[in-house]
Design a binder for this molecule. Sequence first.
Ligand code: COA
Length: 375
Amino acid sequence: MIEVLDGLKDVIACESKISRIELIEDKAILEYRGYDIRDLAKNATYEEVAYLLLYGELPKKYELQDFKIELAERRELPPQIIGLLTHLPQYTHPMVVLRTATSYLGSLDRAKDLKTKEENIEKAKNLIAKFPTIVAYYHRIRLGKNLIPPTLELSHAGNFLYMMNGLEPSKIAERALDADLILHAEHELNASTFAARVAASTLADMYACVVAATGTLMGPLHGGAAQEVMKMLREVATPRRAEEYVKKKLEKGDKLMGFGHRIYKHVIDPRALILKELAMELSKTGNPIWFEISEAIAENAYKYKKLLPNVDFYSASVYANLGIPDDLFVNIFAMGRISGWLAHIIEQYENNKLIRPRAKYIGELERKFVPLDQR
Ligand code: COA
């Protein structure tokens, strides 16, 4: 008997030193390279976390300083990429734009196939630095606005908000986005990271692996969920209507977006807890309605189906209060997750085994071929 594990549920597909998810009774632990995400989200910057994921250690002060400068200097896009962003139809989803621009960056890199550790890190820094610029530039291009070139003066998160709006962001907004990017940076073998590792296991170049990951992240069962959550918040419109909405959805057998998780079934996603605090903080200075509706939906999702929120649920109200348009939510996820993807791609290259599972065949057997004119 061949047992099929649908969706590769609970399959341990590789060894990794990048992140650990452990469920202990009613608590979930999530660590990047051994550091608890609660400590990282509270005390570190995204640049520090990206360094940690790529190199395996927290940077010393001078190492972080150098890394920040190296990222900042790589933010600007080659003119060919700006040309691409200008020529894509304005209705193109920003995630399709990110995927396409990543592929184009690969075609511009004459050294794309070189894979020493140093060359991989070099490409990784370039991709981490350029992702936010691609997102912000395309957004302004589609609105017919002038481009705001990146500045060396601001952090990774702060510079993104600056390129989006042309204004230096408030400290609260910068810190909120920074923490959000940290919380999205890595999550073991989620679908997009697995896609990246499958591509890397064929020894495809790093851009190809990131394109695979970017395409996979976009689906509504993965990173696309936050945009769907925002759609739900808008539909519900007031906390009073949350109960009726949740009941109806569940009665119809529909999924509630931003709830449920392959790993966190009976314990809450630890990232959701931190994002909830962030969403609450931002709602004090921004529009409180999104957080209020979120809370009402969460309460009823638990009441009617014991559903717990995942990382995407409170991200929606965080992004809404940062003034980020709904269709850019998944791009923000990608801007965080890129450093996790790259760490996994490098880990896969360094200890490679082609990933090639088997399928249990359930179709028809040994059929007699019928020539075309007799069918
Ligand atoms: N809304 C309603 N019911 C849900 C649910 C949700 N968001 N998530 C899980 N469930 C229910 C399923 O209907 C199923 O119930 P059943 O046993 O009565 O049929 C049970 O919980 C198991 O769900 P399943 O979809 O089989 O779990 P999974 O591990 O394959 O899927 C997700 C995990 C994330 C794909 C799933 O929870 C989901 O679709 N969530 C919504 C999308 C989302 O927020 N994605 C972002 C993930 S970070």
